[in-house]
Design a protein around this ligand. Structure first.
Ligand code: PEP
Ligand code: MN
Length: 328
């Protein structure tokens, strides 16, 4: 809600009067930098419009148009991913698997592991967005086929990343949930192409993106035709290299409890080390996560990418029992 001011209003006095009613406000600049109105902040008291209009200096009270109406329309609703519901009060969903799809046996062993601990979706990258062009880039289309076969063999859904517009069709043909990575959150051409497929999308937060930008990236996807957007917090760039990224659970609580959107947490890329994954996963669920995206490997010592943060089978099983009540 925005409170519009009369031309001769004394902004300081009006704000003080509103604060007396229990309304916290922030000035909104109009043309030429003058204060045009006051935005009512979310934690204010619910005051009837009429009472606000009576305050001297107030011209009108108007609803501010949301910049992301399609995202807002998802509020309170679960995202449907194959046979799995994410958000909207559904139980916490475990999505797990290796960072990269390395070979068909590795993918198959990963799917068996994920299913055995009560996971619902297999994760694994066929295309890897690597900082260096000399790093392992993924096995591409061949790996997509391994992932789909392994997921089907174990009754799992599949979430996998697309990094390139040219591969969108191929990924959408096999993935139940198409992942857009942190580095591509504002790659608008890719967002449009992914949205056009009509698949649900897992949208990672850009590592330097504000929540407002993340929400609008979701609006791009829905506007292009995505069936649903699941937001995935994976840590933002912090100042301290002690952990790989800075896990922003405040943003998770905001998306879940204020925007009421489906939100999952990738603890693995946030922490960067496996010993911190179990406590951070519990914290993510406490903050409101509807699901967890975790890297796990049948044998982390052999992982081609992100081995130090890959959970071994025993730790994944213990965590799944603890956090999502899954597994034997
Ligand atoms: C991933 O999940 O495989 C990945 C590359 O993550 P991010 O985009 O969050 O870095
Ligand atoms: Mn990884």
């Amino acid at each position: 809600v925005v409170i519009l001011l009369a031309p001769d209003a004394d902004v300081v006095r009006v704000r003080a009067a509103l604060q007396g009613l229990g309304l916290w406000t922030e000035p909104v600049s109009g043309a030429a930098g003058a204060v045009a109105g006051l935005e009512v902040l979310p934690h204010s008291r619910a005051v009837p419009r009429e009472a606000i209009r009576q305050v001297s200096g107030v011209a009108d009270v108007v609803e501010r148009k949301s910049p992301h109406p399609l995202v807002d329309a998802q509020a309170g609703r679960a995202a449907t991913v194959g046979r799995v519901q994410v958000g909207g009060g559904a139980p916490v969903v475990l999505m797990a698997g290796p960072c990269s799809a390395e070979s068909e046996p590795q993918v198959t062993a990963s799917a068996r592991l994920v299913a055995s601990v009560g996971g619902k979706l297999l994760r694994g990258g066929a295309y890897k967005p690597r900082t260096s062009p000399y790093g392992f880039q993924g096995h591409g289309r061949e790996a997509l086929a391994w992932l789909r076969r392994a997921a089907d063999a174990h009754g799992l859904g599949l979430v996998t990343e697309v990094v390139d517009e040219a591969e969108v069709e191929a990924v959408a043909a096999v993935a139940d949930l198409v992942q857009v990575g942190s580095r591509n959150m504002q790659n608008f051409g890719l967002l449009r192409a992914v949205g056009k497929t009509g698949r649900p999308v897992l949208l990672k937060r850009g590592m330097g993106a504000r929540v407002s930008e993340w929400l609008l990236a979701g609006e791009h996807l829905l506007h292009a035709g995505a069936a649903a957007v699941i937001y995935c917090e994976r840590g933002v760039v912090g100042f301290d290299p002690a952990t790989r990224n800075l896990l922003d659970l405040g943003a998770v609580a905001l998306l879940k409890h204020v925007h009421r959107l489906p939100v999952v947490v990738d603890v693995s890329h946030a922490a960067g080390r496996r010993d911190l994954i179990p406590p951070l996963a519990r914290a993510a669920v406490a903050a409101g996560a509807d699901g967890l995206l975790l890297e796990a490997h049948p044998d982390p010592s052999q992982a081609l990418t992100d081995g130090p943060q890959a959970l071994d089978p025993e730790t994944l099983a213990a965590l799944a029992r603890d956090v999502v009540g899954g597994g034997p």
